[in-house]
Design a protein around this ligand. Sequence first.
Ligand code: SAM
Length: 166
Amino acid sequence: MAPRSRLEKTLFRLQAQHACLAWAFQAIEGRPGVVAELGLGHGRTYDHLRNLLPDREIYVFDRANDAYPDCRPPDQYLVLGDVKETVPVLYDKLGGKVVLANTDLGSFDKASNRAVAAMVSEVLPPLMAPGGIVMSDLELNLPDYERVPLPAGAPADAYCLYRKPA
Ligand SMILES: C[S@@+](CC[C@H](N)C(=O)[O-])C[C@H]1O[C@@H](n2cnc3c(N)ncnc32)[C@H](O)[C@@H]1O
């Protein structure tokens, strides 16, 4: 089989992210907690999150605010800087309170992705609530978490789903 082209990698990542989000919205229903989006980018995923989870607080992290003007989080929920530094700053406030985290920090640079995945695997877990869901474009090292199979509609290996034990 031909290797996935960049077009397919992007398309499949977005399809998988969309399917995983739909699955995660049901998985967290009735569970208290906030949402964390690591990687605002242009704000497309954030726009989806705020539309489908209007009652949740959504904290969004990125190095810079490059979102479309109508997809910008309110200032009090936008955390700018390298997540390696900004996520730990919020441990006191958000530690154990994130019921859904979507981390979408990857690029087409494999070496950078390895470093980013290792870093996220270190900094993200203290934020997670018991039973919380982690969605990631990169495979993370979360040995204490359940690896959840991708839902229907998500192309194989295009996203990763984890659940922290309750
Ligand atoms: C693929 S884009 C995210 C796309 C986004 N989900 C959307 O809907 O537009 C990845 C983003 O991650 C950010 N990023 C990558 N590594 C980061 C880091 N270590 N700290 C903060 N932001 C980072 C980049 O600045 C970029 O905006």
